[in-house]
Design a protein around this ligand. Structure first.
Ligand code: SF4
Ligand code: SF4
Length: 156
């Protein structure tokens, strides 16, 4: 399923303790670490976002956010898009929306196939589906989608 990031910034708002600047090595370059994976990485602010990065008013007011996040008009953007760590590049917050028979959205599924839902029936179905689907399967998303649709849900 195609995923397009809307650059809303939500997924980066609480990553300030996880993407850490260890040392500034130049006006726009940094040695960093990704705490969750224990991986060091070097990052340079994207040339077209340096004016955004230099304005600290928003980031100073949002202490939990990743230090590289900045507003840009209606968007909240990563200013190291080129050099961001792999888990940031590959993150997909929603790969599937799940609707019940009346058309009401009852859940979403992330790129790691985690279900976000308060609906107990959908959660029961999901748990059953995931007993036979490994999230490392190349066709795992399609299999989960098929499962939901066979149980009367609509996905999109
Ligand atoms: S991955 Fe999702 S939550 Fe994160 S910025 Fe993109 S649309 Fe927003
Ligand atoms: S490096 Fe970029 S994508 Fe990753 S958490 Fe920070 S702002 Fe978000």
């Amino acid at each position: 399923m195609a995923f397009t990031c809307r650059q809303c910034g939500s997924c980066c708002m609480y990553l300030g303790d996880y993407i850490v600047i260890e040392k500034q090595t130049g006006p726009f370059s940094f040695e960093c670490s990704s705490v969750s994976t224990g991986t060091p990485f070097s990052a340079e602010i994207d040339p077209d976002k340096r004016h955004l990065f230099s304005d600290r008013s928003w980031i100073d007011a949002h202490p939990t956010a990743c230090r590289f996040l900045r507003p840009d008009g209606g968007l909240i953007r990563c200013t190291i898009h080129r050099d961001s760590p792999p888990q940031c590049k590959f993150y997909r917050c929603v790969v599937m929306r799940v609707f019940d028979k009346s058309g009401r959205q009852v859940g979403t599924v992330t790129g790691t196939l985690a279900l976000h839902s308060d609906d107990p029936d959908l959660r029961t179905e999901y748990d059953e589906a995931m007993r036979s689907i490994r999230d490392s399967d190349p066709d795992a998303e399609e299999r989960l989608q098929d499962f939901f649709e066979r149980r009367g849900y609509r996905t999109g």
